[in-house]
Design a protein. Sequence first.
Length: 148
Amino acid sequence: MQFKEGIDVKKIIVIKLDDPDDFFYNSILSLFSSHGADVKIITGDGTKISVAPELTIHQSERRVFSSDSEIILTRKEYDIFLYFIQNANQVLTFTQIYEHLWQEPDYGTGQEVVSHHVRSLRRKLQLDNRSSCRICSVRGIGYRFEKS
């Protein structure tokens, strides 16, 4: 499968387990990791994504919760946050973010537009150094959503 950025994906494996803490699950992760595989783990049932112990996304409702309180996000803030989560621990350029979310070429204003929305998103999410995730700036390039 060939993506537009030129990334060549050889194989994708999706495994759904009822108990992700069991021995079988951990054995599979160890096996793939020991062979240098790029392993991405998405927890949740497809409609709820646990981003951090205190942060959950309810995809089917397009809502974000911190503990039990809802965080009200605009449509673009939500879309940016979801895009960051789907690409956790990867650097996303301003152009990539802009073109993915606005579905049009970046004519030079993408950095300013994206920065505005990310600034607002950061303020609302209130992720700090104590959180297990955060939005990091990559100076002059874009952002990276770090999730430990």
